[in-house]
Design a protein around this ligand. Structure first.
Ligand code: HEC
Ligand code: HEC
Length: 335
Protein backbone atom coordinates (compact mmCIF):
# COMPACT_ATOMS: atom_id res chain seq x y z
CA UNK A 1 0.00 0.00 0.00
CA UNK A 2 1.30 3.42 -0.90
CA UNK A 3 0.43 4.92 2.50
CA UNK A 4 2.97 2.76 4.26
CA UNK A 5 5.73 3.58 1.79
CA UNK A 6 5.23 7.34 1.76
CA UNK A 7 6.42 8.65 5.11
CA UNK A 8 4.91 12.10 4.61
CA UNK A 9 1.46 10.69 3.94
CA UNK A 10 1.79 8.26 6.81
CA UNK A 11 2.77 11.01 9.24
CA UNK A 12 -0.05 13.32 8.10
CA UNK A 13 -2.65 10.59 8.40
CA UNK A 14 -1.50 9.65 11.91
CA UNK A 15 -1.38 13.31 12.99
CA UNK A 16 -4.79 13.99 11.47
CA UNK A 17 -6.34 11.02 13.28
CA UNK A 18 -4.74 12.07 16.54
CA UNK A 19 -6.04 15.65 16.32
CA UNK A 20 -9.48 14.50 15.16
CA UNK A 21 -9.84 12.02 17.99
CA UNK A 22 -8.56 14.53 20.56
CA UNK A 23 -11.25 16.99 19.46
CA UNK A 24 -14.00 14.38 19.67
CA UNK A 25 -12.90 12.57 22.82
CA UNK A 26 -11.47 15.41 24.92
CA UNK A 27 -12.05 18.94 23.66
CA UNK A 28 -15.74 18.88 22.66
CA UNK A 29 -16.83 17.13 25.90
CA UNK A 30 -14.72 19.58 27.94
CA UNK A 31 -16.28 22.62 26.26
CA UNK A 32 -19.70 21.06 26.63
CA UNK A 33 -19.04 20.47 30.32
CA UNK A 34 -17.83 24.00 30.83
CA UNK A 35 -20.85 25.54 29.12
CA UNK A 36 -23.36 23.46 31.02
CA UNK A 37 -22.01 23.59 34.56
CA UNK A 38 -21.89 26.76 36.65
CA UNK A 39 -21.02 26.87 40.37
CA UNK A 40 -24.14 26.30 42.51
CA UNK A 41 -25.94 29.55 43.41
CA UNK A 42 -25.19 29.27 47.13
CA UNK A 43 -21.61 28.10 46.83
CA UNK A 44 -19.11 30.36 48.59
CA UNK A 45 -15.91 31.23 46.70
CA UNK A 46 -12.64 30.62 48.57
CA UNK A 47 -11.38 33.69 50.39
CA UNK A 48 -7.77 34.80 50.06
CA UNK A 49 -6.50 32.77 53.02
CA UNK A 50 -8.28 29.62 51.89
CA UNK A 51 -6.96 30.10 48.36
CA UNK A 52 -3.39 30.19 49.71
CA UNK A 53 -4.23 27.21 51.89
CA UNK A 54 -5.32 25.28 48.83
CA UNK A 55 -1.88 25.87 47.31
CA UNK A 56 -0.18 24.41 50.38
CA UNK A 57 -2.65 21.50 50.34
CA UNK A 58 -1.29 20.84 46.84
CA UNK A 59 2.33 21.52 47.78
CA UNK A 60 2.23 19.15 50.77
CA UNK A 61 0.74 16.32 48.77
CA UNK A 62 -2.39 15.92 50.87
CA UNK A 63 -4.28 14.74 47.80
CA UNK A 64 -2.19 11.56 47.83
CA UNK A 65 -4.28 10.26 50.72
CA UNK A 66 -7.44 12.37 50.75
CA UNK A 67 -10.23 12.45 48.16
CA UNK A 68 -12.72 15.27 47.69
CA UNK A 69 -15.54 13.43 45.97
CA UNK A 70 -18.71 11.85 47.29
CA UNK A 71 -19.65 9.03 44.93
CA UNK A 72 -23.27 7.96 44.51
CA UNK A 73 -22.73 4.69 46.36
CA UNK A 74 -24.07 4.00 49.81
CA UNK A 75 -20.62 3.57 51.39
CA UNK A 76 -19.87 7.23 50.55
CA UNK A 77 -22.92 8.52 52.41
CA UNK A 78 -20.84 9.30 55.48
CA UNK A 79 -18.82 11.88 53.55
CA UNK A 80 -21.64 14.18 52.50
CA UNK A 81 -25.38 14.75 52.41
CA UNK A 82 -25.61 14.05 48.67
CA UNK A 83 -23.43 12.62 45.90
CA UNK A 84 -21.13 15.14 44.22
CA UNK A 85 -22.04 16.64 40.84
CA UNK A 86 -20.00 18.39 38.14
CA UNK A 87 -21.20 21.82 39.33
CA UNK A 88 -19.35 21.25 42.64
CA UNK A 89 -16.08 21.61 40.73
CA UNK A 90 -17.15 24.31 38.27
CA UNK A 91 -15.47 27.16 40.16
CA UNK A 92 -12.03 25.59 39.74
CA UNK A 93 -9.76 27.38 37.33
CA UNK A 94 -6.14 26.88 36.31
CA UNK A 95 -3.76 27.02 39.27
CA UNK A 96 -1.48 29.29 37.23
CA UNK A 97 -0.19 29.55 33.68
CA UNK A 98 2.04 26.50 34.00
CA UNK A 99 -0.24 24.31 36.07
CA UNK A 100 -3.50 22.67 35.13
CA UNK A 101 -6.77 22.95 37.08
CA UNK A 102 -6.47 21.28 40.48
CA UNK A 103 -9.87 19.80 41.29
CA UNK A 104 -8.25 17.68 44.02
CA UNK A 105 -10.85 14.97 43.64
CA UNK A 106 -8.13 12.46 44.38
CA UNK A 107 -7.94 8.76 43.67
CA UNK A 108 -6.65 7.36 46.96
CA UNK A 109 -8.66 7.30 50.16
CA UNK A 110 -6.01 6.35 52.71
CA UNK A 111 -7.45 9.03 54.98
CA UNK A 112 -11.08 10.20 55.14
CA UNK A 113 -12.74 12.11 52.30
CA UNK A 114 -12.49 15.87 52.91
CA UNK A 115 -15.48 17.13 50.85
CA UNK A 116 -17.31 18.15 54.02
CA UNK A 117 -14.49 18.36 56.56
CA UNK A 118 -15.29 22.05 57.27
CA UNK A 119 -18.56 20.90 58.82
CA UNK A 120 -17.23 17.72 60.36
CA UNK A 121 -14.17 19.17 62.05
CA UNK A 122 -14.19 22.98 62.03
CA UNK A 123 -12.02 23.43 65.14
CA UNK A 124 -8.85 25.47 64.54
CA UNK A 125 -7.16 24.02 67.65
CA UNK A 126 -7.88 20.44 66.64
CA UNK A 127 -6.70 20.93 63.06
CA UNK A 128 -3.46 22.67 64.06
CA UNK A 129 -2.58 20.02 66.62
CA UNK A 130 -3.49 17.30 64.11
CA UNK A 131 -1.20 18.81 61.47
CA UNK A 132 1.61 19.27 63.98
CA UNK A 133 1.29 15.68 65.21
CA UNK A 134 -1.68 13.55 64.06
CA UNK A 135 -0.94 10.94 66.73
CA UNK A 136 -1.55 13.48 69.49
CA UNK A 137 -5.27 13.42 68.66
CA UNK A 138 -5.73 10.11 66.83
CA UNK A 139 -3.49 7.56 68.54
CA UNK A 140 -3.19 5.07 65.70
CA UNK A 141 -3.11 7.62 62.87
CA UNK A 142 -0.77 6.89 59.97
CA UNK A 143 -0.95 10.44 58.63
CA UNK A 144 2.47 12.11 58.46
CA UNK A 145 3.20 15.05 60.75
CA UNK A 146 3.86 18.44 59.16
CA UNK A 147 6.20 20.14 61.67
CA UNK A 148 7.57 22.56 59.05
CA UNK A 149 4.25 24.40 59.13
CA UNK A 150 5.12 25.47 62.69
CA UNK A 151 7.82 27.52 64.39
CA UNK A 152 9.27 27.45 67.89
CA UNK A 153 9.39 30.88 69.51
CA UNK A 154 9.88 32.29 72.98
CA UNK A 155 6.94 34.65 72.84
CA UNK A 156 3.56 34.45 71.21
CA UNK A 157 3.34 37.56 69.06
CA UNK A 158 0.22 39.59 68.40
CA UNK A 159 -2.01 37.82 65.81
CA UNK A 160 -0.04 34.61 66.26
CA UNK A 161 -1.68 31.35 67.29
CA UNK A 162 -0.03 29.02 69.77
CA UNK A 163 -0.70 25.33 69.25
CA UNK A 164 -1.71 23.45 72.38
CA UNK A 165 0.45 20.33 72.24
CA UNK A 166 0.32 17.69 75.03
CA UNK A 167 3.62 17.30 76.94
CA UNK A 168 4.20 13.85 75.52
CA UNK A 169 4.67 15.34 72.05
CA UNK A 170 6.78 18.35 72.96
CA UNK A 171 9.80 16.60 74.41
CA UNK A 172 12.97 18.58 73.84
CA UNK A 173 11.06 21.72 72.88
CA UNK A 174 11.44 24.55 75.33
CA UNK A 175 9.70 27.43 73.53
CA UNK A 176 6.16 27.90 72.37
CA UNK A 177 4.88 26.15 69.26
CA UNK A 178 3.43 28.74 66.90
CA UNK A 179 1.43 28.06 63.77
CA UNK A 180 3.09 29.66 60.73
CA UNK A 181 0.88 31.58 58.30
CA UNK A 182 0.92 28.57 56.01
CA UNK A 183 -0.65 26.34 58.68
CA UNK A 184 -3.35 28.94 59.41
CA UNK A 185 -4.12 29.22 55.69
CA UNK A 186 -4.20 25.47 55.27
CA UNK A 187 -6.73 25.17 58.10
CA UNK A 188 -8.75 28.03 56.56
CA UNK A 189 -8.90 25.94 53.40
CA UNK A 190 -10.00 22.84 55.33
CA UNK A 191 -12.64 24.92 57.14
CA UNK A 192 -13.95 26.17 53.79
CA UNK A 193 -14.59 22.64 52.55
CA UNK A 194 -18.33 22.32 53.07
CA UNK A 195 -20.67 20.55 50.73
CA UNK A 196 -22.97 23.12 49.10
CA UNK A 197 -26.68 22.39 49.31
CA UNK A 198 -28.60 22.16 46.05
CA UNK A 199 -30.92 25.05 45.12
CA UNK A 200 -34.50 24.68 46.34
CA UNK A 201 -36.54 22.25 44.33
CA UNK A 202 -33.59 20.26 43.00
CA UNK A 203 -33.48 16.69 44.20
CA UNK A 204 -30.05 15.19 44.67
CA UNK A 205 -28.92 12.01 43.00
CA UNK A 206 -29.62 8.92 45.06
CA UNK A 207 -27.02 6.81 46.81
CA UNK A 208 -27.05 3.36 45.20
CA UNK A 209 -26.53 -0.14 46.55
CA UNK A 210 -28.04 0.44 49.97
CA UNK A 211 -27.44 -2.23 52.55
CA UNK A 212 -30.63 -4.14 53.20
CA UNK A 213 -31.80 -3.51 56.72
CA UNK A 214 -33.01 -6.34 58.83
CA UNK A 215 -36.72 -5.45 59.22
CA UNK A 216 -37.05 -7.11 62.62
CA UNK A 217 -34.09 -5.26 64.09
CA UNK A 218 -35.26 -1.87 62.85
CA UNK A 219 -38.75 -2.41 64.23
CA UNK A 220 -37.33 -3.00 67.65
CA UNK A 221 -35.14 0.06 67.39
CA UNK A 222 -38.04 2.48 66.97
CA UNK A 223 -38.65 2.74 70.70
CA UNK A 224 -35.02 3.06 71.63
CA UNK A 225 -32.74 6.07 71.64
CA UNK A 226 -29.98 6.29 69.01
CA UNK A 227 -26.65 4.64 69.80
CA UNK A 228 -24.91 7.05 72.20
CA UNK A 229 -21.54 5.38 71.96
CA UNK A 230 -21.52 5.61 68.17
CA UNK A 231 -22.57 9.27 68.27
CA UNK A 232 -19.82 9.93 70.80
CA UNK A 233 -17.24 8.24 68.57
CA UNK A 234 -18.35 10.20 65.52
CA UNK A 235 -18.72 13.62 67.11
CA UNK A 236 -16.80 13.92 70.36
CA UNK A 237 -13.98 11.35 70.49
CA UNK A 238 -11.71 13.27 68.11
CA UNK A 239 -11.14 15.75 70.94
CA UNK A 240 -12.25 14.10 74.19
CA UNK A 241 -10.75 10.76 73.05
CA UNK A 242 -12.30 7.30 73.08
CA UNK A 243 -11.33 6.75 76.71
CA UNK A 244 -12.97 10.02 77.80
CA UNK A 245 -9.70 11.29 79.23
CA UNK A 246 -9.22 14.16 76.79
CA UNK A 247 -5.78 15.61 76.10
CA UNK A 248 -4.01 17.53 78.80
CA UNK A 249 -3.73 21.18 77.91
CA UNK A 250 -6.05 20.92 74.88
CA UNK A 251 -9.30 19.05 75.52
CA UNK A 252 -10.67 18.41 79.03
CA UNK A 253 -11.52 14.91 80.28
CA UNK A 254 -15.18 13.94 80.45
CA UNK A 255 -14.27 11.09 82.76
CA UNK A 256 -15.02 12.51 86.18
CA UNK A 257 -15.94 15.92 84.72
CA UNK A 258 -18.12 17.83 87.21
CA UNK A 259 -20.36 18.90 84.33
CA UNK A 260 -20.86 15.37 83.02
CA UNK A 261 -21.52 13.74 86.38
CA UNK A 262 -23.20 16.81 87.91
CA UNK A 263 -26.78 18.01 87.78
CA UNK A 264 -26.53 21.20 85.72
CA UNK A 265 -28.18 19.75 82.63
CA UNK A 266 -28.78 23.19 81.15
CA UNK A 267 -25.06 23.97 81.02
CA UNK A 268 -24.32 20.49 79.67
CA UNK A 269 -26.83 20.78 76.79
CA UNK A 270 -25.66 24.32 76.09
CA UNK A 271 -22.06 23.15 75.76
CA UNK A 272 -23.01 20.41 73.32
CA UNK A 273 -25.26 22.65 71.19
CA UNK A 274 -23.42 25.98 71.33
CA UNK A 275 -19.80 25.08 72.14
CA UNK A 276 -17.69 26.16 75.11
CA UNK A 277 -14.81 28.52 75.77
CA UNK A 278 -14.61 28.88 79.53
CA UNK A 279 -10.94 28.43 80.34
CA UNK A 280 -7.67 29.67 78.90
CA UNK A 281 -5.80 26.42 79.53
CA UNK A 282 -8.05 24.53 77.12
CA UNK A 283 -8.80 25.08 73.45
CA UNK A 284 -12.23 26.21 72.24
CA UNK A 285 -15.06 23.74 71.69
CA UNK A 286 -17.14 24.66 68.65
CA UNK A 287 -20.92 24.34 68.40
CA UNK A 288 -20.80 20.62 67.62
CA UNK A 289 -24.52 20.03 68.18
CA UNK A 290 -25.79 22.96 66.13
CA UNK A 291 -23.38 22.26 63.27
CA UNK A 292 -24.54 18.64 63.10
CA UNK A 293 -28.18 19.47 63.69
CA UNK A 294 -28.51 17.12 66.67
CA UNK A 295 -32.01 16.02 67.66
CA UNK A 296 -33.02 15.92 71.35
CA UNK A 297 -32.85 12.11 71.13
CA UNK A 298 -29.26 12.25 69.89
CA UNK A 299 -28.18 14.72 72.57
CA UNK A 300 -29.87 12.62 75.25
CA UNK A 301 -28.14 9.43 74.17
CA UNK A 302 -24.73 11.13 74.04
CA UNK A 303 -25.23 12.59 77.51
CA UNK A 304 -26.37 9.27 78.91
CA UNK A 305 -23.43 7.50 77.30
CA UNK A 306 -21.03 9.96 78.93
CA UNK A 307 -22.78 9.82 82.28
CA UNK A 308 -22.35 6.04 82.42
CA UNK A 309 -18.96 5.41 80.78
CA UNK A 310 -15.31 5.32 81.83
CA UNK A 311 -16.27 4.82 85.46
CA UNK A 312 -18.77 7.71 85.49
CA UNK A 313 -21.82 6.57 87.40
CA UNK A 314 -24.41 9.26 87.29
CA UNK A 315 -28.16 9.39 86.90
CA UNK A 316 -29.27 9.35 83.25
CA UNK A 317 -31.59 12.00 81.79
CA UNK A 318 -34.74 11.83 79.66
CA UNK A 319 -35.36 13.17 76.16
CA UNK A 320 -38.10 15.36 77.59
CA UNK A 321 -35.75 17.23 79.92
CA UNK A 322 -33.20 17.72 77.13
CA UNK A 323 -35.81 18.80 74.59
CA UNK A 324 -37.08 21.54 76.90
CA UNK A 325 -33.60 23.05 77.13
CA UNK A 326 -32.99 22.69 73.40
CA UNK A 327 -36.27 24.44 72.57
CA UNK A 328 -35.21 27.28 74.82
CA UNK A 329 -31.79 27.49 73.12
CA UNK A 330 -33.52 27.68 69.74
CA UNK A 331 -35.77 30.54 70.84
CA UNK A 332 -32.96 32.61 72.37
CA UNK A 333 -30.70 31.97 69.40
CA UNK A 334 -33.22 33.04 66.79
CA UNK A 335 -33.80 36.39 68.43
C1 HEC B 1 -0.06 9.13 54.08
C2 HEC B 1 -1.43 9.53 53.93
C3 HEC B 1 -1.86 10.91 54.38
C4 HEC B 1 -1.39 12.14 53.97
C5 HEC B 1 -0.25 12.43 53.00
C6 HEC B 1 -2.22 13.12 54.61
N1 HEC B 1 -3.16 12.52 55.39
FE1 HEC B 1 -4.63 13.44 56.44
N2 HEC B 1 -5.23 11.65 57.18
C7 HEC B 1 -4.69 10.43 56.87
C8 HEC B 1 -5.31 9.40 57.68
C9 HEC B 1 -4.97 7.92 57.65
C10 HEC B 1 -6.27 10.05 58.49
C11 HEC B 1 -7.20 9.40 59.56
C12 HEC B 1 -6.51 9.39 60.92
C13 HEC B 1 -6.34 10.77 61.49
O1 HEC B 1 -7.35 11.46 61.71
O2 HEC B 1 -5.20 11.20 61.71
C14 HEC B 1 -6.21 11.46 58.14
C15 HEC B 1 -7.02 12.43 58.68
C16 HEC B 1 -7.06 13.75 58.27
C17 HEC B 1 -8.03 14.72 58.71
C18 HEC B 1 -9.20 14.46 59.64
C19 HEC B 1 -10.31 13.87 58.82
C20 HEC B 1 -11.52 13.50 59.62
O3 HEC B 1 -12.52 13.14 58.99
O4 HEC B 1 -11.48 13.56 60.86
C21 HEC B 1 -7.70 15.91 58.12
C22 HEC B 1 -8.41 17.24 58.29
C23 HEC B 1 -6.52 15.68 57.32
N3 HEC B 1 -6.16 14.36 57.43
C24 HEC B 1 -5.85 16.66 56.59
C25 HEC B 1 -4.67 16.43 55.89
C26 HEC B 1 -3.89 17.48 55.27
C27 HEC B 1 -4.25 18.96 55.28
C28 HEC B 1 -2.83 16.89 54.70
C29 HEC B 1 -1.66 17.54 53.98
C30 HEC B 1 -0.94 18.56 54.73
C31 HEC B 1 -2.93 15.45 54.93
N4 HEC B 1 -4.07 15.22 55.67
C32 HEC B 1 -2.05 14.49 54.45
C33 HEC B 1 -3.70 10.18 55.93
C34 HEC B 1 -2.97 11.16 55.29
C1 HEC C 1 -13.01 20.25 68.48
C2 HEC C 1 -12.79 19.57 69.73
C3 HEC C 1 -14.03 19.18 70.53
C4 HEC C 1 -15.07 18.38 70.14
C5 HEC C 1 -15.28 17.71 68.80
C6 HEC C 1 -15.95 18.27 71.27
N1 HEC C 1 -15.44 18.99 72.31
FE1 HEC C 1 -16.28 19.15 74.17
N2 HEC C 1 -14.79 20.45 74.71
C7 HEC C 1 -13.74 20.85 73.93
C8 HEC C 1 -12.95 21.82 74.65
C9 HEC C 1 -11.70 22.49 74.13
C10 HEC C 1 -13.59 22.02 75.90
C11 HEC C 1 -13.14 22.95 77.03
C12 HEC C 1 -13.46 24.40 76.69
C13 HEC C 1 -13.06 25.33 77.81
O1 HEC C 1 -13.22 24.94 78.96
O2 HEC C 1 -12.62 26.44 77.49
C14 HEC C 1 -14.74 21.12 75.93
C15 HEC C 1 -15.58 20.97 77.01
C16 HEC C 1 -16.60 20.05 77.07
C17 HEC C 1 -17.40 19.78 78.26
C18 HEC C 1 -17.18 20.41 79.63
C19 HEC C 1 -16.27 19.51 80.40
C20 HEC C 1 -15.74 20.13 81.64
O3 HEC C 1 -15.52 19.37 82.60
O4 HEC C 1 -15.53 21.35 81.69
C21 HEC C 1 -18.33 18.85 77.92
C22 HEC C 1 -19.38 18.23 78.82
C23 HEC C 1 -18.12 18.53 76.52
N3 HEC C 1 -17.07 19.28 76.05
C24 HEC C 1 -18.86 17.60 75.82
C25 HEC C 1 -18.69 17.33 74.47
C26 HEC C 1 -19.54 16.44 73.70
C27 HEC C 1 -20.72 15.68 74.26
C28 HEC C 1 -19.06 16.43 72.45
C29 HEC C 1 -19.64 15.70 71.24
C30 HEC C 1 -21.01 15.92 70.96
C31 HEC C 1 -17.90 17.30 72.41
N4 HEC C 1 -17.71 17.82 73.65
C32 HEC C 1 -17.12 17.52 71.28
C33 HEC C 1 -13.46 20.38 72.65
C34 HEC C 1 -14.28 19.57 71.90
Amino acid sequence: MELFDNHIKLFRTALGSFIGLTIIVAIIPAINNQNNNAPLPNSIPLNEKAQLGKLSFIANGCVACHTQQVRNVDMDKMWGTRPGIAADYAANTRTDFWRNTATLMGTERTGPDLTNIGNRQPSLAWNLLHLYQPRAVVKSSIMPAYPWLFAIKNEVGKDEVEVVVPDEYRKGISGKIIAKKEAINLVAYLQSLRQTSLPDGKTPMEFLYKKKENPIASENKKEELPDGQMLYTQNCASCHQANGEGLKGAFPPLKGSPIVVGNDLELYVNIIMLGYDARADYAVMNAVGTINNFSPEQVTSIINHEKTSWGNQSKTVTTEEVKKIMDFIKITNNK
